[in-house]
Design a protein around this ligand. Structure first.
Ligand code: GLY
Ligand code: MN
Ligand code: MN
Length: 476
């Protein structure tokens, strides 16, 4: 099994010339002999001073120690993943596998195809990071390989530099060989589960990164409100929302942690509306679910639902404040020692009670909340209330159910609280005034020994505070 994708070798200039002979040459001109004779010379020496270790290096070492202790005597392989083709000769931007980034501390700038290997020793494991070191300027890769050559993509890291920054032994990628019996993340269930469960409780570095991600995302939401006049004026205002947030995500972070949902009016009722090709119309609500992924790859996951005109109508406010009531009940249920699923149950109790009061259910709230036989209220909120959050937006997804949904909340866990109410435009079970209203409020919560802390509390969440926020930022 190949864990590193296609292996590239470094060509000599002659081999490159031969390769070009055979390749599709529509966009290539052959290099003349004069170019080939001179391209490798005339370059200044590269400075050899080594960088110091990054802050995350010691945290990654501690994480590796936990994994090592769980798999004595086993060889463990954690691939970073490879570039993925988008179309023809264009790839998606590379993003390292979360377990790889977590266990190496090599994050935004990780090299495609790298592999972390933990080789068993008497006392545990030794870690080696295999990666494709930059080619020197005597190779054809340097000037002719558009996907990895430094002439094309810019400087690439040296082995010694990466070793110093990550405080890890490094080795050339072509020295890595997959062995029978390797446990490989994503190919071995036990190891995949272990590296996922390892992230259930965040360390200090991770919590700091999540705080940064939330702060940048808060700025992105401010940007959207400031741009509302332009958003409303554009026939595809939802795309403008996406673009405004993207600008913040790319300038202040690595990008978005997931595709932005910019769902105006009835689109808000489609839970993962990412087409974002609709207009943003005063009088409607717009639901925006967006999170900045910072350079360490940790992401926020925040939703706010705004009245496009700056003021909620009565019915919009009623729905909005019910969702907030559910979110607040969930927050109160989140305590160290409480079960993760109790957070969801607290939100559901509010949702069922209110929609029963509004006459939307064919049964009582208690009947709807009865396990197994009820659930009628879920028509209006089919998704869960919470998920773990971290280097993946849906972090720790391979953790066992007893550690996750049925698990107990501990200090250091970070998760979302995100109840909603969605009344589809063609739902005949609700009065007309509710149809086409979709509301979600999503916050990022850090559990501490003293209880939950809402990391995104500074982004206004009550109906009154949302209106005041919009007024302050000059919304329409
Ligand atoms: N943004 C996806 C989610 O809220 O889970
Ligand atoms: Mn979420
Ligand atoms: Mn979300």
């Amino acid at each position: 099994m190949s864990t590193t994708g296609e292996t590239r070798t470094i060509d000599t200039a002659d081999e490159t010339a031969q390769r070009e002979e055979q390749a599709n040459t529509n966009r290539r001109q052959r290099y003349g002999q004069g170019f080939l004779d001179t391209i490798s010379t005339g370059w200044a020496e590269r400075p050899e001073s080594l960088p110091s270790a990054r802050a995350q290096a010691s945290f990654a070492a501690a994480r590796r120690a936990v994994v090592s202790a769980s798999f004595p005597g086993e060889r463990l392989v954690v691939p970073a993943g490879s570039l993925k083709q988008r179309s023809n000769d264009t790839d998606y931007p590379f993003r390292a596998h979360s377990a790889f980034a977590h266990l190496t501390g090599w994050e935004r700038d990780a090299e495609p195809d790298s592999v972390l290997v933990l080789d068993p020793t008497d006392g545990g494991h030794t870690a080696t990071l295999y990666f494709r070191e930059r080619a020197d300027r005597t190779t054809a890769e340097f000037y002719s390989d558009a996907s990895i050559g430094e002439f094309w993509i810019g400087p690439r890291p040296s082995r010694a530099g990466v070793a110093a920054e990550l405080a890890l032994a490094t080795a050339p990628l072509d020295e890595f060989t997959a062995l029978p019996g390797d446990r490989v993340v994503d190919a071995d269930d036990d190891l995949t589960r272990a590296v996922s469960e390892l992230r259930l409780v965040k360390d200090e570095y991770e919590i700091e990164q999540l705080r940064l991600a939330v702060r940048a995302s808060a700025d992105g939401f401010d940007d959207i409100i400031r741009e509302l006049p332009r958003i409303i004026a554009h026939p595809r205002g939802e795309r403008v929302v996406e673009g405004v947030f993207h600008q913040r995500a790319r300038s202040d972070g690595n990008g978005e942690g997931y595709d932005t949902i910019a769902a105006s009016g009835p689109h808000a009722c489609y839970l993962h509306w990412t087409r974002n090709d609709g207009a943003v119309v005063p009088g409607d609500l717009i639901l925006i679910d967006a999170g900045v992924e910072v350079d360490s790859l940790y992401t926020a996951d925040i939703t706010r639902t705004l009245p496009v005109s700056g003021r909620f109508t009565d019915v919009q406010r009623r729905v909005y404040e019910t969702v907030r009531e559910a979110a607040d009940a969930a927050f109160r249920a989140a305590r160290p020692g409480a079960r993760f699923r109790e957070v969801h149950e607290a939100a559901m109790a509010v949702i069922a009670t209110r929609v029963a009061e509004w006459g939307l259910l064919p049964v009582t709230a208690d009947e709807a909340l009865a396990e197994g036989v009820g659930g009628q209220h879920r028509r209006y909120m089919v998704h869960g209330t919470s998920h773990h959050l971290g280097i993946d937006v849906h972090d720790c997804a391979q953790a066992r159910r007893e550690m996750y949904y049925d698990g107990v909340l501990e200090a250091g866990m970070v998760f979302t609280i995100e109840p909603g109410l969605y009344f589809q435009i063609d739902d005949l079970t609700v009065p007309e005034e509710y149809r086409g209203i979709g509301v979600r409020i999503e916050d990022d919560i850090l559990m501490t020994v003293d209880g939950p802390v809402n990391l995104s509390a500074d982004i206004p969440r009550t109906a009154d505070d949302v209106e005041a926020w919009m007024l302050r930022l000059g919304a329409p």
